[in-house]
Design a protein around this ligand. Structure first.
Ligand code: FE2
Length: 199
């Protein structure tokens, strides 16, 4: 079965004023949809059309070399965007539940300290990419950023939370103000999703 664009888990205007309906219309309907279309086109005829997305990304060497970069970039962007929509919620923001609070405090000292590290890494990331909270194979929580389409699941890391710092994620609402976008992100952060990924 061909890869498909997932529905947004909320209405396009549900994240306003922090992220506008216009941003979501383009970001989901054009950018994310474009990656899904390119992924299906790059996979056509490879025999890998039906492989699960996470398995495909983790086993990218199975893709013929002349298609590999296209499959990786569009597939990883499909994964990253799907993960990003779930990292946001109109009911998000505020304080996390007890389990998340304890995990973040153990790893970073406090929830606020985690937010500072995540914000600094994501705001300071050079050019296009993604900010992440991940869990490594030792079970430790780390904040990282990845360039362009790169994704934690290509490196044996478990994603817990992400923010898209490609300009298309914030340019309509904040122009070049990535810091303002990150500030708004904390009003939308889906702590329930974080809790589920930590469990
Ligand atoms: Fe994006």
């Amino acid at each position: 079965m061909a890869h498909t664009l997932p529905e947004l888990p909320y209405a396009k205007d549900a994240l306003a004023p922090h992220i506008s309906a216009e941003t979501l219309k383009f970001h989901h309907g054009k950018h994310h949809a474009g990656y899904v279309g390119k992924l299906n086109a790059a996979l056509a005829g490879t025999g890998l059309e039906d492989m699960a997305l996470d398995k495909l990304i983790a086993n990218i060497e199975q893709v013929p070399e002349d298609r590999r970069a296209k499959v990786f970039n569009s597939g990883a962007q499909h994964f990253n965007h799907s993960f990003y929509w779930n990292s946001l919620s109109p009911k998000g923001g505020g304080a996390p539940g007890k389990n998340v609070e304890e995990a973040l405090t153990a790893a970073f000292g406090s929830v606020d300290a985690f937010k500072e590290v995540f914000t600094a890494e994501s705001t300071g990331h050079f050019a296009s990419g993604w900010g992440w909270l991940v869990k490594n194979s030792a079970g430790e929580l780390k904040v990282i950023s990845t360039h362009d389409a790169d994704t934690p699941i290509a490196h044996g890391l478990t994603p817990i939370l992400t923010v898209d710092v490609w300009e298309h994620a914030y340019y309509i609402d904040y122009r070049n103000g990535r810091g303002s976008y990150l500030k708004a992100f904390w009003n939308l952060v889906n702590w329930d999703f974080v809790a589920a990924n930590l469990a």
